[in-house]
Design a protein around this ligand. Structure first.
Ligand SMILES: Cc1cc2nc3c(=O)[nH]c(=O)nc-3n(C[C@H](O)[C@H](O)[C@H](O)COP(=O)(O)OP(=O)(O)OC[C@H]3O[C@@H](n4cnc5c(N)ncnc54)[C@H](O)[C@@H]3O)c2cc1C
Length: 301
């Protein structure tokens, strides 16, 4: 439909953006093409800062790696009508004595014996701080053997790279954690069949609120930091961006997504009280990881 309205899709990498006199002039692609333009939308997902830096801008975003597994349940231990299950308590993983002894010897695997954070669940959909049991399903219909497992064990900010780094231990770890709720999975301990492991990045602002609107270079726009809800919010986010680009009337919530909100001292005060999901005062007074990461990055610059 976009093509019907004149959109031309060019499959190439943006390598450079020319700006002059405070405004966008041209975009250089890796196929040698230079597109002269006075409007650029930065929608590069985890790489929004790479594109921003081409215009000498730095965005307050960081990325987390989120990995998922698709298990072909050949033993049929997961009921096909299994609802979304979310385990909300920390837990110890059920390793055998032998495994524990091996892990205890090796410093880099010792952390597996420690208490692990909550969040084991079996769905592609991962939104933080959702109440348990909202919705979910085994992957596919009644005849499908597939089961989805997901666990964001490592939430520390990372520099995004592709292909994404996949931890070969992740399937077994996630399997053991999920077996607390689905004991049938114990049959797979140490003998997982071939499976698909995949994932991507949640790119976030410090308060987990997207960036949608103009950048401080005339003609440059951003739609990014869509975190773990970018598919659900894509229509509304795209609509808001289009209103900015075309100069249409903006909805009253538009300022909440502007990059310039961080220039407002009143907003900075609110930010200091919020946790990393943009909610109320952080009860434990811990600084959100994203905020600490961004401060360290700012110090490095
Ligand atoms: C495991 C996982 C599960 C998820 N599940 C859900 C879910 O169930 N529901 C939901 O709403 N959200 C979900 N999300 C989040 C959702 O995928 C993201 O929020 C969304 O994809 C972000 O969209 P985006 O367009 O900003 O970035 P992306 O989808 O990452 O798109 C960015 C694009 O920019 C391109 N690009 C980057 N750099 C350049 C360059 N230099 N030149 C040219 N092109 C470039 C990339 O190739 C890519 O095509 C999930 C995320 C993960 C990782």
């Amino acid at each position: 439909r976009a093509r019907e309205h004149g959109v031309r899709l060019v499959n190439a990498r943006v390598e450079k953006i020319d700006t002059h006199g405070g405004r966008v002039r041209a975009v250089h692609l890796n196929n040698g093409v230079i597109v002269e333009t006075d409007v650029v939308v930065n929608a590069a997902g985890p790489f929004v800062n790479d594109i921003a830096r081409m215009m000498n801008l730095e965005l307050p975003v960081y990325s987390e790696l989120h990995t998922k597994i698709i298990l072909r349940d050949v033993l049929g231990v997961t009921p096909r009508d299994t609802p979304l299950l979310v385990w909300l308590d920390p837990q110890y993983l059920p390793w055998s004595e032998e495994e524990r002894a091996i892990f205890a010897e090796e410093a880099e695997t010792r952390w597996l014996l420690q208490e692990l954070p909550p969040g084991v669940h079996e769905t592609r959909w991962l939104l933080q701080e959702l109440p348990p049991g909202v919705h979910g399903r085994s992957e596919g219909g009644a005849a499908s053997p597939y089961f989805l497992l997901q666990w964001t064990i490592h939430l520390d900010p990372v520099a995004p790279t592709y292909p994404i780094p996949l931890d070969p231990q992740f399937p077994e770890i996630t399997l053991r954690a999920l077996a607390t709720m689905l004991p049938g999975l114990i049959k797979y301990f140490g003998r997982l069949p071939s499976l698909v492991m995949d994932g991507g990045y949640y790119t976030k602002t410090p308060e987990n609120r997207p960036l949608i609107g103009p950048l401080p270079i005339k003609g440059a726009y951003i739609i990014g930091a869509l975190s773990g809800f970018g598919m659900m919010s894509s229509a509304a986010a795209g609509d808001l961006l289009a209103a900015h680009v075309t100069g249409a009337k903006l909805p009253d919530y538009a300022p909440a997504f502007l990059l310039s909100r961080y220039d407002d001292p009143a907003y900075q005060k609110l930010l200091a009280q919020w946790n990393q999901n943009g909610r109320g005062a952080a009860r434990n007074k811990e600084k959100p990881k994203g905020v600490l990461f961004l401060r360290q990055a700012a110090n490095r610059v």
